[in-house]
Design a protein around this ligand. Sequence first.
Ligand code: AMP
Length: 315
Amino acid sequence: MSITVVGSIAFDAVQTPFGVRERMLGGAATHFALAASFFDHVRIVGPVGDDFGDEELAVLQTRGSSTEDVERVAGGRTFFWKGKYGWDLGTRETLDTQLGVFESFTPKLSERTRASEVLFLANIQPGLQLDVRAQCADAQFVALDSMNLWIDIARDQLLQVISQVDCLILNDEELRQLTGKPNLLSAAREILTSGPSIVVAKQGEHGAALITADEFFALPAYPLETVIDPTGAGDTFAGGFVGYIARHLASGLSTDVLRGAMAYGTALASFNVEGFGTERVTAVSPEAVAERVAELWQFTRFEHVVVELVGNPQR
Ligand code: AMP
């Protein structure tokens, strides 16, 4: 089994209340691959410029991920994103986005990368997502992420590619923006009529909610007192979620598998926010990830809630 991911591979400049980084490895595909590589072989698709060094390439290759389809464009500049977070890290402002080599990128996937059973269309122009979706026609499970920018400027293409995937993973507010529905559940249900059978709404520090035709499952974020840099948390969550599904795909997408995927996505995202950029997830051990998943289940176990019929005896 392998997982193909297309999305931004980037240099990020980030300001948080805890520090500033002028240039660090980032990008949606990067964060996704670092998390998904705990579960399966990941194949990364995307262009980089000649400002992208071997050191950065080595990070992409963490836990054996393949960079065979990472194209180095001579004379080109790697995608660049600059963002600034508010004091409680709850708000983020994009200060700059430079598509660089993504502007003229036409994906040409190798045979092996097209043959992956699982495909993740990470955040990038919906036109590119459509192109890669067409090249991976035989994928058994396809998930997609996007963002407000593409809802604003490429909505029709985005809706077209969403209709061709099994699972949509989007920020809560972007899900509402995309559907024009102010209510999360009705927004998710609208998406469920358009192609995907699974919707995941990411809710930042409040966790994530999974919605299918017959299930609603919400998981809080792993409780942390210190959050350093939330950049890439959503993509890391998606890497854990999709990676876990890839690992269990052969046995079918049961409730247990979907809940497990939510827990691994949540645990991995919690490591991501404990450091700047890719530094924490690159280094963390599988044992530490499993320990956090076990703790998460402990925090959220509901077996001891007693169900009783309540009523006021005076009335
Ligand atoms: P997240 O914090 O999970 O939403 O993802 C942040 C990552 O998304 C950063 O590493 C950025 O490089 C990348 N990113 C920001 N804007 C865009 C965009 N317009 N298209 C693709 N990737 C982006």
